[in-house]
Ligand binder design. Sequence first.
Ligand code: TXA
Ligand code: MG
Length: 333
Amino acid sequence: MIYTATEKHIQLAAKRIQEGGLVVFPTETVYGLGANAFDENATRKIFEVKKRPVDNPLIVHIASANEIGIVAWVPDDVQNDLLFKRLFSFWPGPLTLVLPVKSSVPSVVTGGKDSVAVRVPRHPIALALLKAAEVPIAAPSANISSRISATTAAHVEETLGNNVDMILDGGPCEVGVESTILSLLEWPPRILRPGGVSAERISKLLDVPCSLPDSEALDEISKNILAPGMLKEHYAPKTRMIFRSSLDRSKIPERVGLLSFGSSYGPLNDIPYRTKMVLSETGNLYEVANRLFSALYEMDKLRLDLILVDECEEAGIGRAIMDRLRRAVAKFV
Ligand code: TXA
Ligand code: MG
């Protein structure tokens, strides 16, 4: 059931977490399906509800960078460590760090790995919940495994509503695509998933070019389940979806939907679209990211024959947008 995120409901949600329940909460990226990260049974339920493969580890959310040592091995004086000082400047925010895991974290959460993914979210409701719960919260995106991530409470309710204890409504998520995942298990650090913080910003701040997966490396990451969210087919709608540039114009089906990034990305009337969603009037890619998943989710309900989607340059937030879309169309090409 959906609860407006009042102080009272946040306290109630924190209590549910402490009791071993499942609470969906908003973050600045996407909604998360949360449980007490230290509770083995509770975190196991996340996998069941999401139908998530058990070897796909969860992200652990903490209330502040000061808590990182509870779940991960970091230098003793981490707040004065130059590297971590720089990394923490992105927190609270959409950056997830992969670090060696401490034994406090049950192996269900890490999918049996010896590392843990951890982040401090920027959303005030997420932060209030983490503070009130007084435990780290393990939370993957609040969607059925391999389908579209949810950026509104209503979309969570439609897919997971019957299987969770509470959904805290914080309105639509600001960023709209998931956090950037940065592995510190190697040097230079490797970006396992492009996301809300751009690779360019991270590389600049760390003063070292972080490696980014090219398509070959992506295959490798998928196979080794380095970061299984990196599976080649993910974020998929039920309706067939392809990039607009791959449309075979000799075979245009009857009911076509267009997910446009704005008129500068391509004509809006080149074929008789049954429905059109323009994600940004001005072609602003932050706006595109912000609306992408919810527009795709809505368009998927319209019983179309085909969805055409625009492409953008792979730089900044465009890298995360293209990463999600390539996986979303993968099963249709
Ligand atoms: O923005 C986000 O990151 C959202 C919000 C809710 O925080 N969460 C999210 O979680 O996207 P999820 O489960 O959908 O994606 C988590 C990704 C998966 O691809 C998983 O493989 C990767 O994080 N991951 C988790 N632990 C890892 C680890 N120890 N090593 C490498 N990748 C890891
Ligand atoms: Mg996910």
